[in-house]
Design a protein around this ligand. Structure first.
Ligand code: ZN
Length: 90
């Protein structure tokens, strides 16, 4: 099955987290691989989007929109590092 890179999730996740997810990274809970969100493999042929580890293909994050609500499952990420709001004007 073909995939796209982690940037495919950036817009939806940036809305959910209130920060630029494209500049973030995380650690896979399955294998411990540390990678940028942009390096993840994102599969779009599902009811939602599935982000998989670029090292072990373990499911890290699942995002589904149902009736205008985002449902986010992130059990496959041990750690998420996102840019903070320091220095932003809001
Ligand atoms: Zn992994």
């Amino acid at each position: 099955m073909s995939y796209v890179d982690g940037n495919a999730l950036s817009a939806a996740l940036s809305l959910a987290f209130g920060t630029d997810v494209a500049a973030g990274d995380g650690i896979c809970a399955h294998c411990g691989h540390h990678h940028a969100f942009a390096e993840a493999h994102v599969y779009l042929r599902n009811p939602g989007m599935v982000m998989r580890c670029p090292n072990c293909e373990g499911a890290e994050l699942i995002l589904v929109e149902i009736e205008h609500h985002l449902h986010l499952t992130i059990r496959g990420l041990a750690t998420i590092n996102l840019p903070g709001r320091t220095g932003q004007d809001n």
